[in-house]
Write a protein that binds this ligand. Structure first.
Ligand SMILES: [Zn+2]
Ligand SMILES: [Zn+2]
Ligand SMILES: [Zn+2]
Length: 439
């Protein structure tokens, strides 16, 4: 810290850090940007990181995972919120008439892979976990009953009553196949919705379209489920109203049907996977029980959560990792072991289970949306970068050129990531992101 504070370029370092917005693990870039006059070929301006502290420019890591970098994850969460909200009430280029389009909030769950410890409440009272008077004893000698009333932070929640009976293979295979199951669900939904209205899919496209935004959430047992906003539009997406006959009721029927019928097959194992029977469909309204504000906040919250809450690792499993020695609970260890074992089967290489073992087999995107849902994360980022650039021009760092007459040539090289212990404390103090315990 003292070394950094005594550097002659400390102020420049501090301003770099401020612009990373408190990123805990900024990426270091080495390189230069040159601006040339396109007509004459003259060099107009050159920016090089050789003038910067330690010869590098520090830029935010942009992770979405709060355990890795709270500051960047917060930016991601806020952007996701804006994106989902724009698709519900308008803004960011989406007309506000979109709020009159029929819209549902749907939760698609995973099936059961064996009985797990759960916390259930009824009228504010915690119920016993799995109280069975005539409980069976499993082949491993475990009585399939649990009369405990678990506390919300009980680490056993989501863990099987008998780990040896639990279908670990099914659990990780479901995670691996869930993006495909979702894709098939959207296709089946369009087909069913068209049919309920007496149309073919192709004919439906001339009158109406269906837009999606979804996030994946890990349940405590280690399988993902999906929360989705499903909206009816006219043929041109959010800019056009859906026809009067395209109702939320029919959409709900189509969702119900699609969620029940779609399957995905793991051919080499002759195994078919489908959604769980728990399906939650609720209309999103401006003032009702489920407002668009609540939905946007809910979806954004899950966008920055990963599998860590299940107690797995926050990083890729390496071939030399000793699974038995990893500091994780046995349930996560068995899920990871299932990924490693199945991932080594040549017929299953497409699922890339070894690579995604730390995610318990799930390799999909956490938040996705269909093309017409609303704006994109990229556009939100570009708008923010444009704003930063405007600031740099007014503070004299970048010369103001006409974009069309200037040729910009940039060379960038990755030069490392993160802070030294002293820098990390200083950065937290500068950006007000001191989280404690991160040395
Ligand atoms: Zn970051
Ligand atoms: Zn229990
Ligand atoms: Zn058993």
């Amino acid at each position: 810290m003292i070394h950094r504070l005594n550097q002659p370029d400390y102020d420049r370092w501090a301003s770099q850090i401020k612009r990373t917005g408190g990123c805990r693990q900024p990426i270091h870039l080495r390189g230069k940007v040159e601006h040339y006059d396109q007509a004459t070929g003259h060099l107009l301006h050159r920016y090089s990181t050789t003038q910067e502290p330690n010869g590098v420019l520090r830029v935010p890591c942009k992770t979405r995972r709060a355990t890795r970098c709270p500051a960047c994850a917060e930016v991601y969460r806020a952007d996701t919120y804006q994106l989902v909200r724009a698709g519900l009430v308008g803004g960011k280029g989406v007309p506000d008439t979109v709020n009159s389009h029929p819209c549902l909030f749907v939760t698609l769950t995973a099936p059961s892979f064996g009985a797990v410890h759960v916390r259930r409440e009824k009228n504010g009272k915690v119920l016993p976990c799995h109280a069975r008077r005539d409980a069976q004893t499993c082949p491993h000698g475990q009585i399939m009953s649990c009369t405990e009333r678990h506390s919300p932070d009980d680490p056993r929640l989501g863990e099987p009553l008998c780990p040896d009976c639990y279908d670990y293979d099914g659990s990780v295979l479901f995670n691996a196949i869930s993006p495909e199951l979702w894709r098939r669900f959207t296709l089946a939904l369009r087909r069913r919705f068209a049919r309920l209205n007496g149309l073919t899919v192709k004919a439906l496209r001339e009158h109406a379209s269906i837009a999606f935004a979804k996030v994946a959430e890990y349940q405590r047992r280690g399988v993902v489920h999906f929360h989705a906003v499903i909206r009816l539009d006219g043929p041109d997406g959010p800019n056009s109203p859906p026809p009067a006959w395209a109702t939320a009721d029919t959409l709900e029927q189509a969702v119900q049907h699609a969620a029940t019928v779609v399957t995905a097959e793991i051919k080499p194992l002759i195994r078919t996977l489908r959604w769980g029977t728990q399906l939650d469909i609720r209309p999103i309204t401006m003032a009702g029980e489920l407002t668009e504000q609540a939905v946007a906040a809910y979806i954004a919250k899950y966008a920055t959560k990963a599998a860590e809450c299940v107690g797995t690792l926050d990083r890729r499993i390496q071939p030399l990792d000793n699974l038995d020695a990893l500091p994780i609970r046995d349930h996560a260890r068995r899920l990871i072991a299932a990924c490693m074992r199945l991932g080594n089967q040549p017929a299953l290489t497409d699922l890339r289970l070894t690579h995604w073992a730390h995610m318990l087999g799930f390799r999909g995107h956490f938040s996705t949306k269909s093309r017409h849902y609303s704006t994109t994360l990229g556009e939100l980022r570009a708008a923010r970068e444009e704003h930063m650039r405007a600031q740099e021009i007014t503070t004299g760092r970048l010369p103001l050129f006409d974009e069309d007459t200037v040729l910009v040539i940039a060379h960038w090289q990755y030069a490392g990531q993160g802070h030294s212990a002293g820098d990390s404390l200083l950065a937290a103090a500068i950006t007000g992101t001191a989280s404690g315990g991160h040395l």
